[in-house]
Design a protein around this ligand. Sequence first.
Ligand code: FUB
Length: 324
Amino acid sequence: MNNIVKQKEPLVTHIYTADPSAHVFDGKIYIYPSHDLDQVQISNDNGDQYNMEDYHILSLDDTNSPCIDHGEALHLKDIPWASKQLWAPDAVYKNGTYYLFFPARDKDEIFRIGVATSSNPAGPFKAEENYIPGSFSIDPAVLMDDDNRSYVYFGGLWGGQLEKWQTGTFKADAEGPAVTAPALGPRVAELNEDMLTFKESPEEISIVDEDGNPLLAGDEDRRYFEGPWVHKYNGNYYLSYSTGSTHYIVYSMSKNPKGPYTFKGKILDPVIGWTTHHSIVQFQDKWYLFYHDSSLSGGSDNKRCVKFTELKYNEDGTIQKIEL
Ligand code: FUB
């Protein structure tokens, strides 16, 4: 348990946490973060410094309550198909079961996406024997739509390996598109009723500018890098994500969960540390951005802390940029 949480302070300080996916279950806010290890690591573009081995789930009774750490919810050793690097997870509830979606490298060092289940939002979770067939790359985020259809959004460049899947199969030496070519988009797949398998092959999401032209790979202030999050507000779908190398959280909007999405603007400027990763959730009558930075460790890329702050919309549905 932590002290009373104040906005923009770390939710917990006894462990390092990152990549917060926040949801309201049973009237409380549950946060599904990565659990960064307290290790000295040299950073590289492959993300080897993010060597996480388990998940802890956090919760808040309300936005002024102490933050509760519910302890270890799932460990790498209990995931039969995974070899290392438990990266950014997400969770969804359906018919009495909570489903934890998470990326990890398989025994061939290829990132895949797995599922684990629990009857409790805080776990413990039991992993499926194998990863989701047809899954790849990182950072799964699940949207349960109003019609009860569920979609998994995922994908990340560089260490997240998305460049290596451009042909539909893994090519270890594949590189990203030329800077003047359309950027790679995140992938989306609808889930079957069982919530454990894809109903279809993942599709690439197109993110376009106000004129309908695809964002280009060289447009690093706007193009997709990793950390997708899709939420719905007033009938619009919002796809927000990290621009990676330029360190922004930005967003785009669509009338369709699979896009195309039209780029709108920035939500958050760069934070302390290389990565930036967020989620957006409504709790009671307000909206919140959950995010991380590396302030708790004095700037170590691989020792991050989860925070939150209020998020507001303009009358036309666009999101107000947050000034921390
Ligand atoms: O935490 C490991 C990786 O760093 C995540 O999967 C990315 O989104 C970035 O935050």
